[in-house]
Design a protein around this ligand. Structure first.
Ligand code: PLP
Length: 312
């Protein structure tokens, strides 16, 4: 039998209330379970030890995307940004988290044995748990171009975070792992590069950062947007958003994933071909460093991107 996961924190948040871990349950016959009628957000909070403060990175943008996901899923109800923000901050404070934290919000259709129709009540669950970086420090990922294609906008909405989309990601990720790679890159149905299973992708060509356009069946990633802005502001580089061909992945000098969970994660090989020298590239390293300083508030720019959790 699988081992029971040990709770990492005492409390979760359910429908606006902080509740003990074991009490945050939903009915097995809710549409969230039966039809994956469930949208979510993944957000990071960063602990700034000097200031003894946690900063949640680009919280408002994440909460607006959750509202957008709820709209596209045709939920009847929504939650205000202020309400969601209060629920998150109450939960982090209740768990007394003073370390880097991952915040996951779910908004799901919650009606025991409910059907597919609109109008059912929407539940809200939040978890905030300690979380470090992905990958091994100083090492890049070895990636496989997946034979699973990214789900197209004609069938499912890749622009939102509905839980059902993640089976597409999971298939690509599982295939890559079973084939001996660390992670996957998914292509669109038209054969251009889309994104990773849980992060967008950047390559560097002739010193210029390039990322798949917003019509490449990608999630409208907040980290992707941050990278585009920081390349312009700190390195005077205008990132190009366009179609990327598969063989450009092999021609790239550098490549990295960008996402809230992945943060800036270098890629060292694709389909067993080294990306550039196979080491972390110079622009990738600069983006990683600047991103790390920005999220923590070590660089004071963009204070609007950091929401403090604790009262001073
Ligand atoms: C499919 C997918 N693409 C891209 C991203 C990156 O988005 P963001 O930077 O907003 O976290 C994520 C992660 O959340 C994702 O799940």
């Amino acid at each position: 039998m699988a081992k029971k996961a040990k709770p990492k924190v005492k409390y979760l948040s359910l429908n606006g209330k902080v509740v003990p871990w074991a009490e945050a349950n939903i009915h097995i016959l809710s549409p969230a379970m039966k039809y994956a009628a469930n949208v979510f957000e993944g957000i990071r909070g960063y602990w700034n030890a000097d200031e003894k403060q946690m900063y949640i990175f680009r919280l408002e943008e994440h909460l607006r995307r959750l509202q957008f996901s709820m709209k596209v899923m045709r939920y009847d109800e929504s939650f205000s940004v202020a309400y969601l923000q209060d629920c998150i901050i109450d939960l982090i404070r209740a768990n007394k988290l003073r370390q880097n934290t991952y915040i996951r919000l779910f908004a799901y259709v919650d009606e025991p044995d409910g059907g597919m129709s609109a109008g059912a009540p929407v539940g809200l669950a939040i978890a905030a748990t300690p979380r470090g970086p992905r990958g091994e420090p100083g090492k890049g990922m070895n990636c496989q171009v997946s034979s699973w294609l990214r789900l197209p906008e004609t069938s499912m909405p890749p622009r939102i975070k509905c839980v059902a989309n993640y089976y597409n990601s999971r298939l690509a990720w599982a295939q890559a792992r079973l084939d001996g790679y660390d992670n996957a890159i998914l292509m669109t149905q038209k054969g251009t590069v889309s994104e990773g299973p849980g992060a967008c992708l950047f390559i560097v060509r002739n010193g210029v950062p390039v990322t798949s356009s917003l019509t490449s069946d990608i999630l409208e990633s907040i980290t992707r947007d941050t990278v585009i802005q920081l390349c312009a502001e700190y390195f005077e580089l205008d990132a190009v958003q366009r179609d990327i061909g598969r063989t450009e992945l092999y021609a790239a000098e550098e490549a990295f994933y960008a996402g809230t969970g992945h943060e800036i994660l270098p890629i060292s090989s694709i389909d067993r071909m080294a990306v550039g020298t196979g080491d972390i590239g110079p622009l990738t390293q600069k983006v990683m460093d600047t991103y790390a300083e920005l999220v923590e508030g070590a660089i004071p720019d963009h204070p609007e991107w950091r929401t403090p959790v604790y009262d001073k």
